[in-house]
Design a protein around this ligand. Structure first.
Ligand SMILES: CC(=O)CC(=O)SCCNC(=O)CCNC(=O)[C@H](O)C(C)(C)COP(=O)(O)OP(=O)(O)OC[C@H]1O[C@@H](n2cnc3c(N)ncnc32)[C@H](O)[C@@H]1OP(=O)(O)O
Ligand SMILES: NC(=O)C1=CN([C@@H]2O[C@H](COP(=O)(O)OP(=O)(O)OC[C@H]3O[C@@H](n4cnc5c(N)ncnc54)[C@H](OP(=O)(O)O)[C@@H]3O)[C@@H](O)[C@H]2O)C=CC1
Length: 281
């Protein structure tokens, strides 16, 4: 399967999603409003592909085709009409996503998807003219490594839209699961409860950040601990998710004070060089 797709937002997730589509042979247009980010995006992806070949993750043919398949633009209005799918990856704020999705639907993609971690697909569908062609396609960070797409089916999502999302996921080498639209879906409920509990343990002085993470890695075989993973995800993303999930699930997803403090200081994790740990930027 090949085709043409759009990705709106060229941040942590947008870059990864663009990478997996373009290296699978899809013409891929990324919409990113920030000029600095736009300038670096193509080079980052080409370099990622080069390293992918070196590590045996990608064929040289796929890597060589990436540059020609990638288009980077500054606004949704520059997306071609009738794309196979447009995946929205702007920050986890309902009003911003609603505004972006409303603009994207003017380009009438076959399928419109949100990469939201936890917001309601039905809530976002409320403003759309074709809610039957809208669903969640939730990818995982880093997108090139993690094999799952969580397909979130809203009340109005059609069987055909779910089938298309499954087919597209398969075409880019991903497994998919289909879940109902509940806050946090299946994956974010699991991941965030562990992350917030780790943060509360840190606040209570149960152990230091390094040892709390070592508990998850050495006792349970997790690839990395919940605090380091939170830094990778982005502490601003975690906080947005906590604020949203706690409105439904209450205290158990309430934002830990230490998370609020770090985000207020601008320490957002790996992307700013400091979070629970220090990172090279
Ligand atoms: C917030 C949300 O809504 C949802 C989320 O995403 S929550 C976050 C979910 N993510 C996680 O839980 C990640 C946990 N961490 C891990 O699983 C692992 O540490 C890891 C997947 C990141 C790396 O594990 P690994 O076994 O070394 O992965 P592997 O896939 O073999 O990758 C090895 C290297 O090749 C790279 N690579 C993998 N596939 C590649 C590809 N197709 N092209 C180019 N490079 C590739 C990887 O990036 C990695 O490079 P770096 O060491 O420079 O990062
Ligand atoms: N980080 C993670 O591990 C994961 C995140 N997600 C979800 O993916 C979404 C994006 O997260 P993430 O990639 O981390 O966020 P980032 O902040 O890294 O990226 C968001 C990008 O969207 C851009 N953007 C903002 N407004 C617009 C707009 N109006 N039109 C186009 N682009 C815009 C931002 O540009 P600028 O910086 O210039 O504002 C930025 O480049 C969120 O919903 C998040 O919950 C899902 C899975 C994993």
């Amino acid at each position: 399967m090949s085709g043409a797709v759009g990705v709106v937002g060229g941040g942590t997730m947008g870059i990864g999603i663009a990478y997996v589509f373009a290296t699978a042979g899809f013409a891929t247009t990324v919409v990113e409003p920030d000029a600095g980010r736009r300038a670096g995006l193509r080079g980052d992806l080409v370099e990622r592909a080069r390293r992918g070949v070196e590590r045996g993750k990608l064929t040289a043919d796929r890597a060589g085709a990436l540059d020609g398949l990638l288009h980077v633009v500054d606004g949704v209005g520059e997306l071609a009409s009738g794309l196979d799918v447009v995946v929205e990856t702007v920050p986890e704020q309902a009003a911003l996503k609603a505004e972006v999705l409303a603009a994207v639907q003017e380009r009438v993609p076959r399928l419109l998807a949100t990469n939201t971690s936890a917001l309601s697909v039905d809530g976002l569908a409320a403003g759309l003219a074709r809610p039957e062609a809208f669903l969640g396609m939730h990818f995982f960070n880093p997108v090139w490594s993690l094999p799952l797409v969580e397909i979130v089916r809203g009340a109005a999502t059609s069987d055909a839209a779910v089938a298309t999302a499954r087919e597209l996921s398969g075409a880019i080498g991903k497994e998919s699961i289909v879940v109902r639209d509940v806050p946090g879906f299946a994956t974010s409920r699991l991941d965030n409860i562990a992350a917030f509990e780790a943060m509360r343990m840190l606040e209570e002085g149960v152990a230091g950040a390094e040892d709390i993470d070592r508990a998850a890695v050495l006792a349970y075989g997790h690839p990395i601990g919940p605090l380091r993973l939170s830094d990778v995800v982005g502490l601003d993303v975690r906080l947005d998710i906590a604020r949203h999930l706690s409105t439904t699930y209450g205290e158990r997803y309430a934002p830990p004070a230490i998370l609020e403090t770090l985000v207020a200081r601008g320490d957002l994790g790996r992307k700013t060089g400091r979070g629970f740990f220090d990172w090279e930027v």
